[in-house]
Design a protein around this ligand. Structure first.
Ligand SMILES: *Cc1c(COP(=O)(O)O)cnc(C)c1O
Length: 304
């Protein structure tokens, strides 16, 4: 299969590696590796490119010249969309939750540098964003929901498991925000594999249903959405989590973000300690990227 995206030279799939990891808390009977999607590109990193890819192709095929999408001040999706549209030769507009701060977040400053037009709306208006007729304001716009949560997003994520020899693994783990990436992995995993989504927000049954709406009837893998590892809710970051992320980096050399991949790896540690995985299990962690979000922390908090 040819993995070169149509924005060819800038997104190099051969940067993505499958990196074995063996932190001290992982017993020798368990094997683990990370699929480093974060290495694809500093901003168009991780799962966001795969969720955007088919959306951008659809926009281009429909002759639309602008992508309109949604997010908060530190959104990885906003960062990725701005950069990907720049690479793809599309205009972009970000509808941003909340009034503009006097000094914009580094994420939004970078998005602007990539040429994204920022359109700030109140938190109340943002709650109504899915019931707002954005096509009227942006007639040249192709609308992508927040987080790239749609069927094209999930379809693009089916490519992830083909980027490395992943059939060897018994379990596949990823963080779940909207569940789009998880759905793509379930739709492309082998029947004998188990796919585990670590919910990063208190999504309850809602998130479970969101995943189910994106599953294909041909999906055969076992899967489970694990709700116990969100650490208090979306973007809730404790000192324990920061310590875990620093330790993980020291032991494996893999940098994690605090919203998604940090909680996935922390959840893995707790699952291992609970004896969740039978001896001999081979665990594949999907590093979904998101490292640009760490810039919201004061420098020195993380050791990388
Ligand atoms: C957006 C994001 C996710 C969540 O992906 P979903 O497909 O919405 O579940 C996971 N990890 C990182 C780093 C992200 O930026």
């Amino acid at each position: 299969m040819d993995h070169r995206p149509w924005t060819m030279d800038q997104l190099n799939y051969s940067n993505i590696t499958l990196q074995p990891i063996q932190p001290a808390w992982l017993p020798p009977q368990l094997e683990a590796a990370m699929l480093r999607l974060d290495l694809l590109h500093p901003e168009v990193s991780g799962n966001k490119w795969f969720k955007l890819k088919q959306n951008l192709e659809q926009a281009k095929a429909a002759g639309q010249t602008r992508i309109v999408t949604f997010g908060g001040a530190w959104s990885n999706h906003i960062a990725a969309t701005a950069a990907a549209c720049r690479l793809a030769g599309l205009q972009s507009t970000g509808i941003i939750r909340g009034e503009a701060a006097p000094v914009l977040s580094l994420t939004l400053q970078q998005a602007q540098r990539y040429g994204m037009q920022l359109h700030f709306i109140s938190r109340e208006a943002y709650k109504q964003k899915d019931n707002t007729d954005w096509e009227v304001q942006y007639p040249d716009g192709f609308i992508i929901p927040e987080g790239g949560h749609n069927a094209a997003g999930a379809a693009g994520c089916k490519e992830i498991l083909s980027l490395a020899p992943t059939q060897h693994f018994t379990h596949i783990l990823c963080p779940a925000g909207t569940g789009t990436t998880l759905a793509g992995l379930i739709n492309s995993a082998q029947p004998q594999q188990q796919v585990l989504g670590i919910a990063v927000l208190k999504g309850g049954t809602y998130l479970q249903q969101e995943v189910e709406t994106l599953l294909e009837s041909s999906a055969t893998a076992n899967w489970e959405l694990l709700q116990g590892f969100h650490g208090g809710g979306y973007a809730k970051v404790s000192l324990e989590l920061i310590d875990f992320i620093n330790d993980f980096y020291t032991q494996t050399g893999v940098p994690l973000d605090m919203i998604y991949t940090g909680k996935m790896a922390w959840g893995l540690q707790q699952l291992v300690q609970q004896g969740y995985f039978p001896p001999g299990s081979r665990l594949l962690l999907i590093h979904t990227g998101g490292l640009q979000g760490n810039l919201s922390l004061p420098s020195g908090v993380l050791c990388f």
